[in-house]
Write a protein that binds this ligand. Structure first.
Ligand SMILES: O=C(O)CCC(=O)C(=O)O
Length: 276
C-alpha cells in the first residue's frame, strides 16, 4: 500500500521518470524554514556559498529536518522501499536576474551510485516557474541507458564540470513548476536541466541527492550516509550523524571532509577542475 503518493503519481513516476507537485510543507512552515536559512546565510554566508551549498544539512538543523521529514520519506518509500539512506544534499539557489543555469544531464552519469535504486528529492522553498529557472524534465528519458555527456565547464553552468547531454529534444521538455512547499522526485537516469532566473524573485531549491536503498554502493569514491528509515543490512558507506547545532565547528569539519571526497567523485576522469 502506498504511504504518500497516489496510484496515479506512482504510475507517472514509472512512465515519465519523475513526479512533481507533491504537497509537503504548509505556507507557514516554508516561512519558518526560509527565515532560518536567511539568518544562517546572513551570519555564516561564506560557509554557505559555492561548495558550502553541498551537504549543508550536516551543519544546519533546519535542512536536516527537511531531509528527514516523514512526509517526504513516505513519498520516497513509495518509490524505493522502506529502508532509506541519505547520501547528500545541495542548495540550488539562483539569485534574481542571474545567468546561472543547469545543463541537460543525468544524475547517475557522474555520481557513482549503483544500482539505480535511488531517487532525488527537490523541495521548492519558494514558488518555481519557467521565469525563475525551474527544473525541466525530458519525460521517459530514464528508460534508456546512460547517455554520453560532454564536459563544457561553461562559465554560468552551475554543474561542477558543465556536463551536458548533447542533442536533447528541448521541445519535449516539461517544466517542473511548483508552489513553495511542494516536492518533486526524479529518477537517476532522467535527462533534466534548468534555465537562468529571469525574474526579480530568488529561486530557492533544496535537493536531497539522493535517497538511496541500502543495496546501492558507491563505485567511484567514498560516501557517508544517514539512516533515514528502516535498516541498513549492507553497510556500504560511512556513517554520518545529525548537526549538533547551527554551524558547529566539528560538523563544519565533517561537512568539508565529505565535500572534498564528493569533489573527487564529480571530477573523476575530468580534464580539469571547475569551481567546486
Ligand atoms: O535546481 C536545479 O536547477 C537543478 C537540480 C538538479 O539537477 C538536481 O537536483 O538533480
Amino acid at each position: 500500500m502506498l504511504k504518500k503518493l497516489t496510484a496515479a503519481q506512482r504510475a507517472a513516476y514509472d512512465e515519465n521518470g519523475y513526479v512533481d507537485r507533491i504537497d509537503i510543507f504548509t505556507a507557514s512552515e516554508v516561512e519558518e524554514i526560509v527565515a532560518e536559512l536567511a539568518e544562517a546565510e546572513a551570519t555564516f554566508g561564506h560557509e554557505l556559498d559555492a561548495a558550502g551549498r553541498n551537504n549543508a544539512h550536516y551543519v544546519l538543523p533546519v535542512l536536516d529536518r527537511i531531509t528527514h521529514d516523514p512526509r517526504i520519506l513516505d513519498a520516497v518509500e513509495d518509490l524505493i522501499g522502506p529502508d532509506i539512506l541519505v547520501v547528500g544534499t545541495t542548495l540550488f539557489i539562483k539569485e534574481p536576474g542571474t545567468k546561472g543555469f543547469v545543463s541537460w544531464h543525468q544524475d547517475a552519469r557522474y555520481i557513482g551510485l549503483e544500482p539505480h535504486n535511488w531517487v532525488t528529492g527537490w523541495v521548492a522553498l519558494g514558488d518555481v516557474s519557467m521565469e525563475n529557472g525551474c527544473m525541466q524534465m525530458i519525460p521517459g528519458s530514464h528508460k534508456a541507458p546512460l547517455r554520453e555527456h560532454v564536459d563544457t565547464f561553461g562559465k554560468d553552468n552551475i554543474l561542477t564540470r558543465g556536463q551536458t547531454v548533447p542533442d536533447v529534444d528541448e521541445a519535449s521538455a516539461i517544466p517542473v513548476e511548483m508552489r513553495a512547499g511542494q516536492l518533486s522526485l526524479h529518477h537517476p537516469r532522467i535527462v533534466h536541466g534548468s534555465g537562468p532566473n529571469l525574474s526579480q524573485r530568488r529561486r530557492l531549491g533544496f535537493a536531497i541527492q539522493s535517497f538511496i536503498a541500502p543495496d546501492v554502493d558507491q563505485v567511484i569514491g567514498r560516501n557517508w550516509t544517514q539512516l533515514a528509515r528502516g535498516e541498513d543490512r549492507y553497510g556500504h558507506h560511512g556513517t554520518a550523524g545529525h548537526p549538533k547545532g547551527v554551524m558547529d565547528p566539528h560538523d563544519i569539519a565533517f561537512r568539508n571532509m565529505t565535500n572534498e571526497e564528493l569533489s573527487k567523485i564529480f571530477y573523476a576522469g575530468a580534464a580539469q577542475k571547475g569551481k567546486f
